[in-house]
Ligand binder design. Structure first.
Ligand code: ATP
Ligand code: MG
Length: 272
């Protein structure tokens, strides 16, 4: 087993369009600014989005890793000098949206040597409960479930956690409430979700924190520039900084366990 220092974090949601990609990108940016080398991986494999949010057109993507003998280091794009790197996904490739276990294992065998170069691996997942999403989410040390105050987002996130706990035995989740108008709405949203989990699933997720509804987020999408660069003092950017601090603390408390374990955990132990 390789010695590890990399904390793997997946960003997931039941419902689509709740803010996962923006959160993965900007939280990643905060961690990098805090001095931690970070790899941001677009795990929405056949429907890439992060390249658009970054305003870049990568020459290669993870499909090239599967189709050729390219090295993962040749695919990674340097977003910022000093250790903020990005692994692009492909766009409009349906085979990648639903990878089988063998293809997944092949991809991660090629990627694992790259992971050890970073303190954090952020995986931006596609929405929903597809086998690929579930497998990727189950592999990571930390799962960030993004939920908005909309009832459909709540029910879909509950369903996602239910499937992950029943099919993969995963019961630890951190919740980010995105797009709440204020603290009160954030609290109500989290409490609804936590109460349902507690009552029907037998575990309670942990609230990592909230990100306020902020018009600068869609503006940063339109301008294809990370919010943290475009408007670092905006309310949502401030909330993202606060979440990054909490994640760094979490990394500190999880440090020993991570150092002793594999980069990614897999039921079959494929990725050690
Ligand atoms: N805090 C926020 N305030 C206002 N708008 C937001 C906020 N967070 C996200 N959005 C908006 O929500 C939309 C969806 O965001 P994003 O693409 O990050 O979601 P996603 O969960 O990754 O979507 P998908 O499931 O399609 O991958 C974007 O237009 C973005 O501007
Ligand atoms: Mg997305």
């Amino acid at each position: 087993m390789q010695q590890n220092k990399t904390l793997s974090i997946s960003v997931l949601s039941g419902k689509g369009g709740v803010g996962k990609s923006n959160i993965a990108l900007n939280l990643g940016y905060c961690m990098f600014r805090g001095g931690f080398p970070l790899l941001l991986m677009d795990c929405d494999l056949g429907l890439a989005n992060l390249d658009v949010l970054l305003g870049i057109a990568p020459e290669n993507n993870m499909q090239n890793l599967l189709d050729s003998d390219m090295d993962a280091r040749d695919i990674a794009v340097h977003i910022e000098p000093g250790g903020f790197d990005f692994l692009p996904a492909a766009s409009g490739v349906p085979e990648l949206v639903e990878m089988d276990a063998e293809l997944r294992a092949m991809l991660f065998r090629k990627l694992t040597p790259l992971f050890s170069r970073y303190d954090y691996l952020f995986m931006d997942l596609g929405a929903g409960i597809t086998p690929t999403v579930l497998a990727f989410a189950a592999m990571t040390h930390v799962r960030l479930v993004v939920v908005t105050p909309e009832p459909t987002s709540l029910t879909d996130s509950y369903a996602l956690m239910k499937v992950l706990s029943t099919q993969h035995g995963v019961k630890d989740f951190y919740v980010i409430v995105n797009q709440a108008e204020d603290k009160k709405e954030e609290d109500i949203t989290f409490r609804r979700l936590a109460a349902a989990c507690d009552r029907f699933l037998g575990f309670t997720p942990t609230l990592l924190g909230g990100i306020r509804l902020d018009k600068m987020v869609p503006e940063s999408v339109r301008r294809q520039k990370p919010l943290l660069k475009l408007a670092p003092t905006s309310p949502a950017a401030q909330d993202l900084f606060a979440l990054a601090v909490k994640l760094q603390r979490l990394h500190g408390t999880m440090g020993q366990r991570i150092a002793a374990g594999p980069f990614l955990t897999d039921v079959a132990g494929n990725f050690e």
